[in-house]
Design a protein around this ligand. Structure first.
Ligand code: KIV
Ligand code: ZN
Length: 542
């Protein structure tokens, strides 16, 4: 059996489809480029049947990320999800066929609960449908993955029959989802072991995959148990984002395999030094904050605060650290630059951090860096990451903050004057009062942008220590009249939630930037698909 575990990233499908993690097509493309750079083997780029925009986003990823920049460069397979029906499969194929290595991933539920209440199908009909639809997908695409949805609550004997049919019809990857995060590691090990031993037609060319959800906090443990039983593909998301409590997190599975290599004896193709950066990118794009104590990528994952731990760390790093922070790309203590650092030094440091900027982008980053250096003595990698996220990991600027002035305190009404450059190129200035400085600012922005929406979440935190720290704000908003999208599994429409990110040494400015960032995404999403608009926002929206 191979000692290589393929990493199948579903951040852009199971992750993004979870309400609240919406990304624009441009952001999805950027995430896909970075996933390829991270070294994932397969990118599940979306569920093309959800909407024309979703299909288009998957198509762009397949064409741009799924093709090598040079003949011998490694490219990931690009997968599109499809329910087990011809329309979905056609759309998935339409979306992924431009990739060098396209994959169709089709699924049908096999648990008694799902077959009875969701599908309203007999087990025999399910077997028949799997056989027909896998064969249909195979007639279009060579690489077919099949998932028996809710496998964790399915009868193992029935799974053997269904999976055997899938193999007969041409599937080469059999993905075993614990859809509702119900199983325990011991049960999941036995499930995978039983499938490998009892499925008719099982052979070396078939990859068994694990896809686990975290409802009981067991997703990573279950995925690792499945891998120990012989699975050689793990379906994961960055930061573990996904339906409900989320999916197995990529960083946890990969670092467990790496850190406990003597136990597993298995390899992945992931460049682990990029994990921290990747986590921030996805968090900034989705507005889903990573909890500070999150394994591997949380802000506290490598922080040692208790006196006794610090003493131990000074004696020897391995006393309390099982991984080196630099192995996952965390270098919190490094003081990188100061007021007198020049453009070349900034370019070098950013390149070392994995950001290769062109001259125009570097000019922008340098201006931001100098502004920051005027206010803050030393600038760390974390500050630079925040500035880069703020400046570049964002959708096109439909509205852009041009200036603002806020008064607040106990002596009067909090008042904000906000100046935005609109899509028409005109400057709009509005003053508003509010219950506090952020409320006043957001009300002023609302008056200019005039897109009715609800603020669902507002988070603020300091990126580094000290009174001059850069403040980072993430928000999540929902449009009051929003476009909906379809959840692949529940087959229901849901309203998308948009996240925004802003960083500044002035936290009210950071708050304004985050809100404008989220509003820009919402506006782009509402107008995406209209070719004229996506070609030239300025003309159409003006
Ligand atoms: O959790 C699940 O069952 C899924 C399938 C579509 C693979 O996401
Ligand atoms: Zn899932």
């Amino acid at each position: 059996m191979s000692n290589y575990v393929k990493i199948f990233d579903t951040t852009l499908r199971d992750g993004e489809q979870s309400p609240g993690a919406t990304m624009t097509s441009a952001e999805k493309l950027e995430v896909a480029h970075n996933l390829a750079r991270l070294g994932v083997d397969i990118i599940e780029a979306g569920f093309p049947a959800a909407s024309p925009d979703d299909l288009e986003a998957v198509r762009r990823i397949a064409n741009e990320v799924g093709n090598p920049s040079s003949p011998d460069a490694k490219v990931p397979s690009i997968a599109g999800l499809a329910r087990a029906n011809k329309t979905d499969i056609d759309k998935a194929w339409e979306a992924v066929k431009g990739a060098k290595k396209p994959r169709i991933h089709t699924f049908l539920a096999t648990s008694p609960i799902h077959m009875k209440h969701k599908l309203k199908m007999d087990p025999e009909e399910v077997v028949q449908r799997v056989s027909e639809m896998v064969a249909y997908a195979k007639s279009l695409c060579d690489d077919i993955e099949f998932s028996p949805e809710d496998a964790g609550r399915s009868e193992p004997e029935f799974l053997y029959i269904v999976l055997g049919e899938a193999i007969k019809s041409g599937a080469t990857t059999l993905n075993i989802p614990d859809t509702v995060g119900y199983t325990t590691p011991d049960e999941f090990y036995k499930l995978i072991d039983g499938i490998i031993k009892n499925t008719p037609g099982m052979h070396e060319g078939i990859t068994i995959s694990v896809h686990t959800h975290d409802d009981l906090g067991l997703a990573t443990a279950n995925a690792l148990a499945g891998i120990q039983a012989g699975a050689r593909q793990a379906e994961v998301t960055i930061n573990g984002i996904g339906e409900r409590a989320g999916n197995t997190s990529l960083e946890e599975v990969v670092m467990a395999l790496k850190t406990r290599h003597p136990v597993f004896g298995l390899e992945t193709g992931i460049e682990t030094q990029q994990l921290s950066r990747m986590s921030k990118l996805v968090s900034n794009y989705t507005g889903m904050v990573v909890q500070p104590n999150k394994a591997i990528v949380g802000a506290n994952a490598f922080a040692h605060e208790a006196g006794i731990h610090q003493d131990g760390m000074l004696k020897h790093q391995t006393t309390y650290e099982i991984m080196r922070p630099e192995d996952v790309g965390v270098n919190q203590t490094q003081l990188v630059m100061g007021k007198h650092s020049g453009r070349a030094a900034l370019r070098n440091r950013l390149a070392e951090m994995g950001h290769s900027l062109d001259d125009v982008e570097l000019d922008k980053a340098f201006t931001r860096f100098k502004e920051l250096a005027d206010r803050k003595k030393v600038i760390t990698d974390l500050d630079l990451e925040a500035v880069i996220a703020d400046e570049f990991y964002k959708p096109r600027d439909v509205y852009l903050l041009n200036g603002m002035q806020v008064t607040s305190g106990t002596m009067g009404m909090p008042t904000a004057t906000v100046r935005l450059r609109g899509p028409d190129g005109m400057i709009h200035t509005v003053a508003s009062i509010g219950t506090g400085p952020v409320d006043a600012t957001y009300k002023a922005i609302d008056q200019i942008v005039n897109v009715p929406c609800t603020l669902l979440e507002f988070n603020i935190h300091a990126i580094t220590e000290g009174i001059d720290a850069l403040g980072e704000v993430t928000v999540r908003i929902q449009s009051d009249s929003s476009s909906t999208t379809m959840d692949a599994q529940r087959e229901v429409e849901y309203i998308r939630v948009y996240g925004g990110h802003g960083a500044d040494s002035d936290i009210i400015v950071a708050s304004a930037k985050a809100y404008i960032n989220a509003l820009n995404k919402l506006i782009i999403a509402q107008t995406e698909g209209n070719e004229k608009i996506s070609n030239d926002f300025g003309v159409m929206l003006g």
